[in-house]
Design a protein around this ligand. Structure first.
Ligand SMILES: Cc1ncc(COP(=O)(O)O)c(C=O)c1O
Length: 386
């Protein structure tokens, strides 16, 4: 039995070795601090659990979800987009998703033909590449460099590449670098999209986990609805990764394309969870703020601690992550292995997000403060040894 070519094209899973070591270390009872995975350590807030339980009791929520999302969820998204970004959205500009990943990985199937180019940030969330390859598209990587504030340098992309481009992926606030984008950057990107008729797909999965000014939506830019779709997620905003709810907002035709793919592949987002998510968007600002403040505090402690002991850390602006330079003379994978072997620390090597990530590692802020202090001590020991 042979796998299909599209599956063989997916990049190899490079964390195999590190995952094996982590499992063994845990079996041996070692005191591992897991800073690897971006999955919130705290539970879904009580108030949202109550919404979920109440919605699960209702008979009407026991049937197949219909259309592009339930009325209650789509109405709540429209209200939230207005309140949060002052962006007016119509009913057919909204789509419920089974987490943002659902929309991200399926979008290319609606718009990319074999050989079409998809512009992908490097480093970047692996879903952009996976979806592109599954659709037979050609990835073209846009390096995100520290000297450019981890924004892609559009002037470095050849015009013939733009001509063949169908989708450009953006992700701000950015995983893994924690960088943010502003109006002028989005305006510049939009002018390229307009000139070359490609879609801008902006992944705003971390839109609510910010540490200073709230991130803007690309849809706030005049004319953005001509070419843009933006992805949002309940996962990190409300500690809801396990419930799998997200949504997309944007151009009608793009929403329609993605929706057509999904109608043929899945049967929608669990009705009770759409209802609970609607209530979370409408009535849980306080919960979102508490979660945001928790990560903000953790980020500040970790950032200062690592800087004091000589690590080069990019000042965190948002997300659940710190993006840190690996010490000289090590690849990110080598350093991640050493961190686990010598200091019982699990980190994500930057190479996991693309070639450009190899000079960095990512720390997830998903452990309590006492563990963060312990982790800083361990990073210090590592620094002294290396
Ligand atoms: C940048 C980015 N986009 C999307 C996702 C997926 O989000 P969801 O849980 O809504 O599928 C993640 C998850 O870690 C992410 O880091």
């Amino acid at each position: 039995m042979d796998y299909a070519e599209r599956l063989k094209k997916l990049p190899p899973y490079i964390f195999v070795e590190i995952d094996k070591k982590k499992k063994k270390a845990l079996e041996q009872g070692r005191d591992i601090i897991n800073l690897g995975i971006g999955d919130p350590d705290r539970p879904t807030p009580e108030k949202i659990l109550k919404f979920i339980k109440e919605a699960a009791e209702k008979n009407e929520n026991h049937k197949y979800p219909i259309g592009r999302g339930s009325k209650i969820f789509k109405d709540a998204i429209i209200t939230w987009m207005d309140k949060r970004f002052n962006v007016g959205v119509e009913n057919d500009e909204v789509l419920a998703l089974i987490g943002a990943k659902d929309g991200i990985t399926h979008l290319p199937l609606a718009f990319v033909n074999p050989g079409d180019i998809v512009l992908i940030p490097d480093p970047g969330y692996p879903g952009y590449l996976a979806g592109t390859l599954m659709a037979g598209g050609e990835p073209y990587f846009m390096p995100l460099k520290e000297e450019n504030g981890f924004l892609p340098d559009l002037s470095a992309i050849p015009p013939e590449v733009f001509k063949k481009t169908k989708i450009m992926w953006l992700n701000y606030p950015n995983n893994p670098t924690s960088a943010m984008a502003d109006y002028s950057f989005y305006e510049e990107v939009l002018s390229y999209a307009e000139e070359n008729s490609f879609i801008i797909a902006q992944d705003a999965a971390y839109s609510e986990t910010y540490f200073k000014e709230p991130p803007i939506s690309i849809l706030e830019i005049k004319g953005a609805k001509k070419n843009c779709i933006e992805f949002f997620s309940m996962s990190k905003t409300f500690n809801m990764t396990g419930w799998r709810v997200g949504f997309a907002v944007g151009n009608k035709k793009i929403i329609n394309g993605l929706s057509t793919v999904k109608e043929n592949m899945d049967s929608g987002t669990v009705c009770a969870l759409q209802e609970a998510s609607a209530n979370a968007l409408l009535y849980c600002d306080k919960e979102a703020e508490e979660i945001r403040n928790l990560y903000k505090k953790r980020a500040a402690i970790f950032y200062i601690g690592l800087k004091e002991i000589g690590y080069e850390v990019f000042a965190p602006q948002a997300t659940l992550y710190l993006w840190v330079k690996v010490p000289e003379n090590y690849s990110s994978l080598e350093f991640a292995n050493i961190a686990l072997d010598m200091a019982d620390l699990v980190i994500t090597p930057g190479i996991g997000f693309g070639k450009e990530g190899d000079r960095y590692f990512r720390i997830a802020l998903t452990v309590e403060e006492d563990e963060i202090h312990k982790a800083i001590e361990r990073f210090k020991k590592l620094k002294d040894i290396l």
